[in-house]
Design a protein around this ligand. Structure first.
Ligand code: NAD
Length: 357
């Protein structure tokens, strides 16, 4: 099969980690007889420098014309003083919206070989955990009405949380379908004891649950969920939640794996085209030093093969190679823990994965 992949390397460590993922995808293509055509486009700070804006139209058009998109990361201190609309991170909201990506899938898995990296006690994570957070990505408070006005105490700023039945239903279906492909357990997280938008969210999820009788469905308030994630993460399998709650809970879930450099994500819409990226940022503190952990981006490439191209065996092959590199004890600096061994560089870790494929 032949696929066109848009590459948005971005800023900081973005170019290093995307190059690693491309090397892995090329090797997999060779192995399985596919052809992947990669075309780079600018996004983030490098796009501001080159084109005066964080998300040039050419980038949007290139992504829309591709079969899928692989993103590194955007941002860095040199663009921190840009006005709101021109900040590199604004490009992320823009590209998700332009591609109609309303779902974010974030697996958070504690790799057995990295158990000691988790900040949680062994008695909590001894069983390991492997959960999938399904986050609504283009609605809610990040996209609602906002502004300034004169309020009860004078000048005030406001943001608005709003969800339609359509938005809740479509993310709900993705979550129930994901649960069907995993262990058939789904927990929907909301704040229905306080928020009207959450009450509608819960009602729609309950209605959908009738269509999925095999899925063991539960709801939980977001404050309880934040506690439960650190008390016993293994109680969860698939979690579905709104944009803002998902933003916060998925960062919490990634933190308890102890390894931000390991976690991939997928953003999906109605078509098979998705955008795949590591969950971490551009790590300006280590950019250009060949120290970045490339595994989250490599695993994002595996998710692309699985979710956008339906190439499960090829995705398994990458994930198995990453597992086996970790089992053999290879580590970049961010996941080395207390070991006295020298950490591998980004390119050395990439080579280890390539040799396992
Ligand atoms: P960050 O994730 O970039 O870095 C946090 C810490 O984790 C740093 O110490 C960094 O060195 C380390 N780290 C991150 N990824 C790593 C990797 N692959 N290997 C080894 N170590 C890694 O978060 P931050 O420092 O808060 O943000 C830096 C910049 O990235 C900011 O401009 C921020 O806005 C941006 N950002 C972008 C995205 C994105 O593009 N999706 C996401 C988050 C932050």
């Amino acid at each position: 099969m032949e696929y066109n992949i848009a590459l948005l390397k971005g800023d900081g460590i973005g170019p290093e980690i995307v190059d690693s993922a491309v090397a892995v995808l090329e090797k997999v293509a060779d192995k399985f007889g596919h052809k992947f055509n990669f075309t780079p486009y600018l996004i983030g700070g490098c796009a501001i420098d080159a084109a005066g804006m964080p998300l040039p139209q050419e980038t949007i058009d290139g992504c829309l014309a591709s079969d899928s998109v692989l993103l590194g990361a955007v941002g860095g201190p040199q663009w921190d003083d840009q006005p709101g609309e021109r900040r590199p991170e604004k490009a992320l909201l823009g590209i998700r919206s332009a591609l109609g990506l309303y779902t974010n899938l974030r697996p958070a898995r504690l790799y057995p070989a990295l158990r000691s990296a988790s900040p949680l006690k062994d008695e909590i994570v001894g069983k390991g955990f492997d959960l999938m957070i399904v986050r609504e990505l283009t609605g809610g408070i990040y996209f609602g009405d906002r502004g300034y006005r004169d309020g009860k105490y004078g000048r005030e700023a406001f943001d608005t949380e709003a969800y339609s039945v359509t938005e809740i239903e479509r993310i709900g279906r993705v979550a129930f379908d994901s649960a069907m492909k995993r262990s058939k357990r789904l927990c929907s997280i909301d704040k229905a004891n306080v928020l009207e938008s959450s009450r509608l969210w819960r009602k729609v999820m309950h209605e959908l649950s009738v269509e999925y009788p095999e899925v063991a469905y539960t709801d939980m308030f977001v404050d309880n969920a934040a506690m439960q994630l650190v008390r016993d993460p293994s109680q969860f399998d698939v979690i579905v939640t709104s944009n803002m709650f998902g933003d916060i809970l998925s960062d919490e879930a990634s933190q308890i794996t102890g390894s931000i450099g390991m976690l991939a994500s997928a953003s999906l819409g109605a078509s098979t085209r998705g955008m795949y990226e590591p969950i971490h940022g551009s790590a300006p503190d280590i950019a250009g030093q060949n120290k970045a952990n490339p595994l989250a981006t490599i695993l994002s490439g595996a998710m692309m093969l699985r979710y956008s191209f339906g190439l499960s065996a090829e995705a398994d092959c990458i994930e198995d190679a990453v597992n086996s590199v970790l089992d053999k004890g290879y580590r970049t600096a961010d996941i080395i823990g207390d070991s006295t061994a020298s950490p591998l560089s980004c390119t050395e870790m990439t080579d280890k994965v390539l040799s396992e494929l």
